[in-house]
Design a protein around this ligand. Sequence first.
Ligand code: PGA
Length: 253
Amino acid sequence: MRRPLVAGNWKMHGTKASVRALVEGIRQGMGEVAGVEVAVCPPFVYLERVSTLLADSDIALGAQNLCQVPQAGAYTGEISDAMLLEFGCRYVIIGHSERRNVYGEDDALVAQKCVVAARAGLTPIVCVGELLEEREAGHTEQVVGRQLAALLEAEGGLEALRRAVIAYEPVWAIGTGRTATPQQAQEVHAFIRTRLGEHDEQLARDIRILYGGSVKPGNAADLFGMADIDGGLIGGASLDAGDFLAICRAARP
Ligand code: PGA
C-alpha cells in the first residue's frame, strides 16, 4: 500500500509571522489526517524557524530546491543537500516547472539534482508535466516520457527514483485555477507508472505519484480517488491552514 502524501509548496511566500501562524494552524488539525503523510516546503530562509515550529509533530519538512553539487563549494547563491539535512529536511522539491521554465533548469540538471538529493538521504519530489501548447498538440506523453527518461538514464537515476516521489504537474494547471480533470490526471499518472514499470516493476508499484496544479478542498477528493494518484503537491491552497488540512483529509486512505 502506498501511503498518501500531501506536500505544501509555499513557493516565495511568507513572513516570520505568517509562517508561524500557518504551522500552528496545520498542527491543530493533524489529528484528523490519520494515515496521510503531511509535509511543508517553506522558502530556504524559513527552514530553521519552521523546523523548530514543527518539533514533536508528524509534519515533515521539505525544501523547494537544492544545488546539483553535493556538500559544499564555490556556488554563490546555492543551498546544498548537506545544509538541508542539517536543518531537518526530509523532502526536497526538484524540477518544479517554475525552476524549469523561469530559471531554465533542463532535464539533465533536474536528474542530477534528483541523484544528489537521494544519495544524501533526502526524498526528492521530482516534478514533471507539460505546457499548455504541448498538451494541445497532443504531446503530453512525449514530454513527460522525455522528462522521465532523463531521470532513468542518468547515472544513479534508477537508484534515486527508488527513494523519490514523482509529482505530475501540468504546467497549464499551476496557479491558474484550471485543474486537470481526475481522468486527465489519472491517464498521465498511469502512463508514468507504466513507463517506470518497463524499467523496474517493483519501483512502479511502490513509487508515489502526486498530482499538482490548482488542487483545492473542492476537487481534492475526486483527484485522490483515482487509482494512480497518491496525494498532492499543493501551491496556493497550502498557504491557508484550513484549506490545506481539508486537502489532507481528502487524501485519507
Ligand atoms: P498551485 O501550485 O496549487 O498553486 O496550482 C502547485 C505547484 O506549483 O506545486
